[in-house]
Structures are given as structure tokens and as C-alpha cells.
Design a protein around this ligand. Structure first.
Ligand code: FAD
Length: 274
């Protein structure tokens, strides 16, 4: 059975980075993703770059979804961006709260992603297919799992068409989240976000910050490889491929890859998945 995949990029800061990204999406296009998504720096820091990457992907004949975060933004500025996206024929967006960059004090006119989803719907009707974020291991600022789940359901009720999860390495957390969301009446697809493993130390630090658990048995094994990058990648590929297999077998509607602007690991995982 064929499953849909989507693939995420971040907007590069340099012309060389952009050149590399073009080569990356040309390779990843062979996987026939439903769309490529491009992240957006909270507070609008990557507004121009996100838009220009998305426009180039669309000009190449692929579907692209710019992410849009609302923290630190005004209604007027979000309206302007939505109008730009609409005029460029973009039909999908990933709607987020985002995190205020340190040093930026102004929270702006939106507090949470559900307010952004409502705003997009009130401004643009059904033009956009809206994705929202989900956290199977709970958002790091959530007061409780119940609160986070309720916030997720609120965001979906505000008009989201589908959700993409934070990455995780524990399939049970995902299945449990889907069951609980379904029990609350959420019936949109919840697509697992998959983070291929290119290295261990940075990923472990990042996982701690964003609330994604790296199980002890995995950490210990990675640590035992030291600087042996080949062993780390080989083990990472095995783990992530097995995770994807389990998720798809258990009913996940598709996979969203956090590519980190690299083609190799995502391509290899998809090749192994057939
Ligand atoms: P929300 O859904 O608003 O939730 C944030 C917190 O507030 C949660 O703890 C939630 O429980 C709580 N909450 C939500 N609604 C309410 C409410 N109404 N009342 C009280 N509490 C509430 N960040 C970027 O800056 N740029 C990106 O491009 C980007 N892309 C991402 C893509 C995916 C698929 C994911 C999973 C995350 C992405 N992020 C991105 C990170 C995201 O911005 C952060 O995780 C951020 O902290 C939360 O955003 P959110 O949209 O999930 O927020």
C-alpha cells in the first residue's frame, strides 16, 4: 500500500545553502511527496526567505506549504502574508504559534495557534488546507497532558485539516496520542513527524529542549559509538526505518520527514520502506 509523504526544509541563509537545497529537493522529488514544507522563523525573521523558497518549489511544479507562526505578529502583518501566499497560488500552510526569539518582548496579537487557525479561516475561507502541530510526548510548556490534548483539539476545531507531530522515537506515544485525540472527537489525519538521525550529540540536546524522548537504550547505544559517524548513521537508519514500519502498520496516515535540507537519509528510509 502506498502512503503519502511530505518533506520539510528550512530556508537557507546563504546562496550556497540555497544551491544545495535545490539539489536536495530535486532528489527528494523522486519520492513523489504530496508537498514540501518550509519553516518560518518566529517573529517573521525568515518571512522573505521562506516565501522565496516556497515560490521556487512551486515554480518547479511541486506543491509547497509555507509554515506560518503567529507569535510576535499583528493581524495586519499575518493578513498581508496570507494575501501574498494566496496571490502566489499557494493552497496549503502549516499554522503555528512559534516561540518568541530571546530578546523579543512583544508577544503580538496572537497567543496560541488556535487563534491563528481561526484568523486564517475568517480571512481566507477554505482557500488553504491548514496543518497544525501535535505533540505525542506533550509540548514542553503544557501544564498537563490533558491541557495539551484539549489545546490540540481546540486548534483542530478552529479549522485545521490535518496535523503533523513533533518527532518522537517511541511509537506507543503516537498511538496513545491518536487514541486520546480520537476520543475527544478529533478526526483529522495525524501524520507522524520523522527525524532521520544524522548524528547523536546535537540531536540529543535538541530532543531535550523540544520534549522528544530519546529512550535510554538508544542513547546508550549511540554513546557507545563515540565519533564513529558511520555506525551512528547505520544504527539511526535501522531504528528510524523500524519506527516508520511500525507506524504505518499501526495505521498512521503517512509520514512527514524533517529532512534538515538533506536528501540521503530520507531517501534511504523510503527505499527501505519500499
Ligand atoms: P500552540 O498550539 O499554541 O501550543 C503551545 C502551548 O500552549 C502548548 O503547551 C499548548 O498546550 C498551550 N496552548 C495552546 N493553546 C492554548 C490555549 N488556547 N490556552 C492555553 N494554552 C494553550 N516553530 C517555528 O518557529 N517555525 C516553524 O516553522 C515551526 N514548524 C513546526 C512544525 C511542526 C510540525 C512542529 C511540530 C513544530 C514546529 N515549530 C515551528 C515549533 C513550534 O512553533 C513550537 O513547538 C511552539 O512552541 C508551539 O507551537 P504550536 O503551534 O504547537 O503552539
Amino acid at each position: 500500500m502506498k502512503h503519502e509523504i511530505s518533506i520539510e526544509f528550512f530556508p537557507p541563509q546563504t546562496p550556497e545553502g540555497m544551491e544545495k537545497l535545490r539539489a536536495t529537493w530535486a532528489r527528494l522529488a523522486e519520492l513523489k511527496p504530496t508537498f514540501f514544507s518550509v519553516t518560518y522563523g518566529a517573529g517573521g525573521s525568515t518571512r522573505e526567505r521562506t516565501f522565496s523558497v516556497v515560490k521556487e518549489i512551486v515554480a518547479g511544479g511541486f506543491a509547497a506549504a509555507p509554515h506560518l507562526s503567529c507569535i510576535g505578529s499583528t493581524r495586519d502583518s499575518i493578513r498581508e502574508i496570507l494575501n501574498e501566499y494566496k496571490a502566489a497560488g499557494i493552497r496549503r500552510t502549516v499554522a503555528l504559534r512559534g516561540d518568541l526569539p530571546s530578546g523579543m518582548a512583544e508577544a503580538g496579537e496572537f497567543r496560541h495557534a488556535n487563534e491563528l487557525v481561526e484568523f486564517i479561516r475568517s480571512e481566507t475561507g477554505d482557500w488553504f488546507s491548514i496543518e497544525v502541530a501535535a505533540y505525542p510526548e506533550w509540548h514542553p510548556q503544557a501544564r498537563s497532558p490533558q491541557d495539551d490534548l484539549a489545546a490540540f483539539a481546540r486548534k483542530v476545531r478552529a479549522g485545521a485539516n490535518s496535523a503533523i507531530t513533533q518527532y518522537f522515537y517511541n511509537a506507543d506515544a503516537y498511538f496513545n496520542f491518536v487514541d486520546e485525540a480520537t476520543a475527544l472527537g478529533v478526526n483529522v489525519p495525524i501524520v507522524p513527524g520523522i527525524m532521520p538521525i544524522a548524528g547523536f550529540t546535537k540531536l540529543a540536546r535538541f530532543s531535550d529542549a523540544c520534549g522528544a524522548e530519546m529512550p535510554r537504550w538508544m542513547r546508550k547505544k549511540f554513546e557507545s559509538y563515540g565519533d564513529d559517524v558511520d555506525s551512528i548513521r547505520a544504527f539511526g537508519l535501522d531504528i528510524v526505518t523500524e519506527l516508520c514500519e511500525r507506524l504505518l502498520k499501526g495505521g498512521a496516515p503517512g509520514l512527514h520527514f524533517y529532512s534538515m535540507n538533506q536528501a540521503r537519509l530520507t531517501t534511504e528510509i523510503c527505499r527501505r520502506l519500499g
